[in-house]
Design a protein around this ligand. Structure first.
Ligand code: HAM
Length: 410
């Protein structure tokens, strides 16, 4: 029989990895909640049409990376589902929404790139620029700073409708004039209406240096908005670099687009911690008559976890309770009390096991402190607590039933 295993590019989470993932989820949702965002959860499956209309038929995601079943697909990203939900349920605007969810893309798996991955994200709907931009970028900055992450923001500004078309035409003429220098992948992009994506092709980097620059195609109004955002970021001391080749691979963007790039050099080729931008045209792409101002961000959880050891912060102090006497009821009461004080408690129910085996078991469970209740402790007004990491033992001058979390801090 062949060996059964998890699908390619998909990973089981348990033990330390799961503890880190859950801690990241807790920290993200808490940070967002403190900034007046509410969590949203949408279905894992959506109609394929949702992503054709939003991310775009010719994007890499829609053209080759979706897992599909009939007309349904496993969601490859979260922005389109959030907008669909807001429109479908006529949610009042503005909406400040946060999520920590798994997404699915049939990409070639490698370090930092999976076929099922988690994103921590947020979407602001019904708030125009520059308010939403500043709100979201400063929130991301605060979040990463608290986690001690080394990163930089890369920014670009995509012109709106007509100006974007003029820019795409200028790029098309430029690449057609240089067809002999263009890579094969980019030639396909030129033919299937994704000319913008040629700008982030690594193979064509040299040629791209001389390609028309997006900022030369901004309308006066767009330039004003772009400069306003940049000057606010400077005032707020949010550092950034400009990247005129940053186009993002999803069709719904216009206005500010950005990526958070890892600067710790631990991620190799997949060094985008996250990305986002303004997507004012998404609501009408999905069929709404109303154009909804919107801006958001999504970050890859696995990529962030490479640099963090959150499970240590997440893990609670573990206390083991052992006795050679039949005092299960008393120990059970103590267990409940310590647990309510945020300790993790292991109670050994088999009092006939013998202390040697009990300690061996606690070692395996990586317990931090142990309370041994023998016959003397049972009758006296003191008890003993041992720190299993340092070997230090303390006599606490109170009956074991009165122990509390502060007794486990030496
Ligand atoms: P995205 O750039 O496609 O944008 O993905 C955001 C982040 O998700 C990436 O920067 C990366 O960290 C992570 N990511 C993407 N694909 C994978 C993968 N296969 N494996 C591991 N991590 C991955 C979006 O998805 C937009 N919805 C972001 C957004 C929100 N824009 C506006 N609001």
């Amino acid at each position: 029989m062949t060996k059964l295993q998890a699908p390619m590019g998909m990973k089981d989470f348990y033990g330390k990895d799961l503890a880190s993932l859950k801690e990241l989820e807790r920290l993200w949702l808490l940070e967002l909640e403190n900034n007046n965002f509410s969590e949203i959860r949408t279905p894992v499956l959506e109609e394929k049409e949702l992503f054709i209309r939003s991310v775009g038929e010719f994007s890499d995601i829609v053209s080759k990376e979706m897992f599909s079943c009939d007309d349904l697909v496993l969601r490859p990203e979260g922005t389109a589902p959030v907008m669909r939900c807001v429109l479908e349920n006529s949610l009042p605007l503005p909406q400040y929404l946060s999520y920590f969810s798994s997404f699915f893309r049939k990409e070639r798996p490698q370090k930092g790139r999976f076929r099922q991955f988690y994103q921590y994200g947020c979407e602001v709907l019904g708030e125009s620029e520059p308010q939403a931009e500043i709100k979201v970028l400063s929130l991301i900055k605060r979040f990463y700073d608290k986690l001690n992450i080394k990163y930089r923001f890369e920014l670009n500004y995509l012109p709106s409708e007509d100006a974007l078309r003029t820019y795409e035409e200028a790029l098309t003429s430029f690449y057609q004039a240089n067809l002999n220098l263009l890579s094969e992948t980019s030639k396909t992009r030129l033919n299937n209406q994704t000319v913008l994506r040629i700008l982030d092709s690594k193979e064509d980097r040299k040629l791209n240096e001389t390609a028309p620059k997006v900022t030369d195609f901004l309308s006066e109004e767009d330039s004003k908005k772009w400069n306003k955002i940049l000057s606010l970021l400077e005032k707020l001391k949010i550092p950034y670099t400009l990247n005129p080749a940053l186009v993002r691979g999803l069709d719904y963007y216009e206005g500010l687009v950005f990526e958070v790039v890892d600067e710790s050099n631990t991620l190799g080729a997949q060094n985008a911690l996250g990305g986002g931008g303004r997507y004012n045209k998404l609501s009408t792409q999905l069929g709404s008559k109303e154009k909804i101002s919107a801006f958001g961000f999504g970050g890859g959880a696995e990529r962030l976890l490479y640099q963090l050891s959150l499970e240590e912060k997440a893990s609670k102090t573990k206390v083991g309770l052992i006795s050679s006497e039949d005092i299960i009821v008393e120990l059970e009461v103590l267990r409940g009390k310590l647990e309510s004080q945020n300790l993790m408690v292991d109670l050994n129910y088999d009092y006939t096991l013998g202390f040697k085996k009990m300690f061996k078991r606690l070692d395996k469970l990586k317990v931090n402190y142990v309370v041994v209740v023998g016959s003397t402790e049972l009758s006296g007004n003191f008890c003993k607590v041992k720190n299993l990491t340092t070997g230090e033992e303390k006599t606490i001058p109170k009956p074991f039933s009165e122990l509390e979390s502060t007794d486990f801090t030496f």
